[in-house]
Design a protein around this ligand. Structure first.
Ligand code: NAP
Length: 277
């Protein structure tokens, strides 16, 4: 007797309890009447390779990967997509029927799709993008902005070397400026992106002077807790178009869900509401 397998997916991290991904994927599974499951999995770094290799044998069709495993997973997968290679990290695994594991990165896709959805009039070629921060998430932001055709990225980070490193990898459309100059370079931004953790609940405030923000700028924050950061509140008051970080989280999940469960989920107000519930 052949039994239909129930497809499993999940998110691997350490810690993992904070992840909103289970809530999101379960919402979509239910919405589409799919008999699958999406599970949060706490896996220690030393167990990562063993855990991932076991998963296809237990009925998993794929998984998301989060901090601190996004880089390590690239060495465990059999194949890594070009965009994951460019970013230097993977957040989505696909377990193929032949038993091989593909690692992809959908953070850049999530970022840029959220930006286009939240600021439909934003034209990437309209002017420079000012990017605050140079951490892990910033790499996906920079890669996707360059791919979208942004003429120049003004990049500033507390630790300048990390920004210089991104410039050496991503090329001379990136201009690195000192962190102390952040308030000045903001004046040049047709787009301003906060990729630092400053302004997040429980973290220090983003103390960059914002009075130079252009009224016609689009301002976005990767942080989604709080949903409206001080940066976004200020930018909105000035008249900028603002895009919060929740949409990035939602959009980056779409390609994985589609590959694993065979349905491309919609990202709309109801999806956001389900996550905020
Ligand atoms: P990360 O790799 O740890 O990078 C943190 C960044 O914040 C670095 O640029 C760091 O600068 C800067 N920073 C931290 N504390 C600072 C301080 N006191 N003063 C100045 N700069 C400071 O983290 P990440 O993974 O890139 O994540 C960054 C943020 O994006 C987090 O809030 C995360 O929740 C959010 N995020 C959101 C999504 C989404 O889907 N919306 C996806 C990924 C990440 P240094 O290099 O000098 O340390």
């Amino acid at each position: 007797m052949t039994m239909t397998k129930i497809p499993l997916a999940g998110v691997i991290g350490c810690p993992i309890a904070q992840s909103k991904s289970p809530q999101l994927h379960r919402y979509w599974l239910q919405q589409h009447g799919i008999a699958g499951h999406y599970i949060p999995m706490h896996v220690e770094p030393e167990d990562l390779a063993d855990a991932i290799r076991m998963m296809p044998k237990m009925g998993f069709v794929g998984a998301n990967v989060t901090i601190p495993h996004k880089e390590a997973v690239m060495g465990i997968a059999d194949q890594v997509t070009d965009r994951a290679k460019v970013i230097g990290a993977a957040n989505t695994l696909i377990f193929r029927e032949d038993g091989s594991i593909l690692a992809d990165n959908t953070d850049g896709y999530g970022f840029i799709t959220n930006l286009h959805q939240g600021a439909p009039n934003w034209d990437p070629q309209s002017g420079p993008a000012v990017v605050l921060g140079a951490g892990g998430a910033c790499r996906a932001v920079v890669a996707s902005l360059l791919e979208a055709g942004v003429p120049e990225i003004l990049l500033t980070n507390r630790t300048r070397e990390r920004a210089e490193q991104l410039r050496s990898e991503f090329g001379d459309r990136i201009r690195v400026e000192d962190w102390i100059q952040a308030g000045n370079i903001i004046e040049e931004g047709a787009l301003v992106v906060n990729t630092t953790s400053l302004g997040m609940t429980g973290k220090p405030r983003l103390r960059v002077p914002l009075d130079g923000l252009r009224q016609d700028a689009v301002v976005t924050d990767l942080i989604y807790a709080p949903l409206k950061t001080e940066l976004l509140s200020y930018a909105e008051e000035v008249g900028c178009t603002v895009v919060d970080g929740l949409g990035m989280l939602v959009h980056q999940a779409v390609p994985g869900f589609e590959r694993w469960f065979g349905v491309r989920p919609e990202v709309d107000a109801d999806t956001r509401a389900a996550l905020l519930a």
